[in-house]
Design a protein around this ligand. Structure first.
Ligand code: DON
Length: 561
């Protein structure tokens, strides 16, 4: 009997191995916001690394060549899927508030928010999580040593990269703040001015910091000489970091948020991101409609109304789950969404002011997302940030580390919007050691037919961009369509539908306005989506980078894996 069940088990495991062996993509794919970062990932895959090693390499390279978007002075969320056993996890490397932070730290004596205090300068910086996350991913999920996967980034920091039009635009936007910090100004400006196209940004101190990190792992950043220079630099510029803050930083592994929509399984970011919950809520509301059967104005109307309701809940209920009891089950349940959907009226808007709330829009210019699929079927969706372009615009002397201004993602005061126009309350109030609420939404969408990997920067608009991408996927379209389709967005407050120039035609604008929508066409596009789709039905892999950015997506064998 024993033998027979053993033989049976052997048969079962052989069978599953055979199935698993078939269920592999024919090629690997990387889509990232910068060609040099995609190149770094390909180099690591070619060297025998898996998708997780490549994610370390791409993250670190982006930290060097997209200094306005993310970096080792910032944080992010890395959503991982391990092919071998289907294990899925979100590595939470989100910044934490320093231990000396307090609820009213950005308010003046009269209790008003001091403009700029949570955006520019050392007081705006949370304790970075990216180095801890990269070390964690390499150690527990990668095949190569951390030091190997960091090599391309170290090389790029030492040898420099060339300024392009995108860099110039963002440096221009933050020029005044960069001029205020001598280190940041020296590294990222050219004699105090926006560098010319073709100018080479060399980051020798960052190369040295990355080298210490490669050599000593987290101890090379969170302890020792680098940590001391970081703390000294922050305190010299009015910040409140201590060595304890750095020593105590730990990544968290979070269970991703899951939802179902029309036979698709959506896996996305867990709190302290609001992304997965808001996506689940919107998709659950939309499941009450046959979107394809609706005319285009009615379809847009119900999508906007679902955005409004999900963002209203975001402002009240979402924050760091280690500090606030986020009602995840209720907010992601189809029954609750059904109740919300019932309040949607087809012939008129529901003004946000009529939805009970609590005193509670950004450029898509910065922050970064990348997607990776390797030849074994491992996948990574990662969205990383230092928040505003060039973060806090502070580099502590001798470190080369550009600090984030992620503290602005907290609600500095109930009802007062942050740089992304978002409002919040107690759930997202500042507390020592707490992580600010995020909108970053790295996402997988899976069915028997295929696997999608997507995400984007864009502040508060990240979640609705991912929603539109998922709906476009559900409608049968491929990544090139998800990344380029015209976008629109509603976030509860302000009670406005923001839309890209070509999102609606004139009749559509008129019809939506007649329903009571307050429409605002944006001057420029937003977002920078990087997406991959592995179509299991025909064995093809597709990758696409948002035409609004300069990203680079590649599909190929990239050597052995
Ligand atoms: O975590 C967040 O939600 C923000 N810090 C992301 C910022 C962002 O995407 C800026 N890009 N436009």
């Amino acid at each position: 009997m024993r033998l027979r069940s053993g033989a049976f088990l052997l048969f079962v495991s052989c069978f599953f191995q055979a199935v698993a062996a078939v269920d592999r993509p024919p090629v690997a794919a990387i889509a990232s916001a910068h060609p040099l970062a995609t190149q770094a990932g390909m180099e690591i895959l070619a060297d025998g690394g898996n998708a997780f090693d490549a994610a370390v390499a791409v993250s670190a390279a982006l930290a060097v060549v997209e200094p306005y978007s993310s970096g080792i002075g910032g944080g992010g969320f890395w959503l991982l899927h391990r092919a071998r056993d289907g294990f899925e996890v979100m590595v939470d490397g989100r910044e934490k508030a320093p231990l000396a932070a307090s609820r009213d730290m950005y308010l003046d004596a009269a209790g008003e928010v001091v403009p700029g205090l949570s955006v520019d300068g050392a007081l705006a910086a949370g304790i970075p999580g990216e180095p801890a996350a990269l070390d964690h991913i390499a150690r527990y999920y990668g095949r190569l040593p951390l030091a190997r996967s960091l090599q391309p980034a170290i090389r790029l920091a030492r040898e420099g990269f060339v300024v392009d039009a995108r860099y110039r635009k963002l440096a221009q936007f933050r020029q005044a703040a960069l001029q205020n910090d001598s280190q940041a100004g020296d590294i990222f400006l050219q004699a105090g001015e926006v560098p010319d196209e073709g100018y080479r940004i060399v980051q020798a101190d960052l190369a040295a910091t990355l080298t210490a990190f490669a050599r000593f792992g987290t101890a090379g950043f969170y302890r020792g000489p680098v940590a001391r220079k970081l703390v000294d630099g922050v305190r010299a510029e009015g910040g409140i970091w201590t060595l304890d803050d750095l020593r105590q930083y730990r990544v968290a592994e979070r269970v991703p948020v899951q939802a179902e929509y029309q036979g698709l399984r959506i896996t996305s970011a867990a709190p302290p991101s609001s992304g997965g919950i808001a996506l689940a809520a919107m998709l659950n509301m939309l499941a009450n409609y046959d979107l394809h059967a609706l005319d285009s104005v009615s379809r847009t109307h119900v999508i906007i109304e679902s955005m409004r309701r999900a963002y209203r809940d975001r402002s009240i209920f979402l924050g760091d789950p280690d500090f606030f009891p986020v009602p995840l089950k209720r907010l992601t349940s189809p029954a609750y969404a059904g109740q919300l959907a019932q309040s949607i009226q087809m012939d008129r808007v529901t003004p946000s002011s009529s939805l009970p709330g609590r005193d509670s829009s950004s450029g898509g210019r910065d922050t970064t997302h990348f997607s990776i699929l390797d030849g074994a079927g491992n996948r990574v969706a990662a969205t990383l940030s230092i928040n505003y372009p060039f973060g806090a615009c502070v580099v502590p002397a001798g470190t080369g580390v550009l600090l984030n201004d992620e503290m602005d993602d907290f609600s500095a005061k109930p009802g007062v919007p942050n740089v992304h126009g978002l409002v919040g309350a107690d759930a997202n109030a500042i507390e020592p050691g707490k992580r600010p609420l995020s909108s970053m939404s790295p996402t997988f969408v899976e069915s028997d037919e295929g696997v999608a990997i997507l995400g984007t920067p864009g502040g508060s608009r990240i979640i609705t961009m991912v929603l539109l991408g998922i709906l476009d996927h559900a409608a049968g379209n491929r990544p090139d369509s998800w990344v380029s389709l015209p976008r629109y967005h509603h976030q509860y407050l302000p009670d406005v539908v923001q839309y890209e120039a070509n999102a609606f035609d004139e009749d559509g604008v008129r019809a939506l306005a007649a329903l009571g929508h307050n429409l605002k066409q944006l001057d420029s596009g937003y977002g920078n989506m990087q997406a991959i789709y592995w179509d299991r039905s025909n064995g093809q892999v597709y990758a696409a980078s948002d035409p609004r950015g300069v990203g680079d997506s590649r599909v190929g064998l990239f050597g052995r894996q």
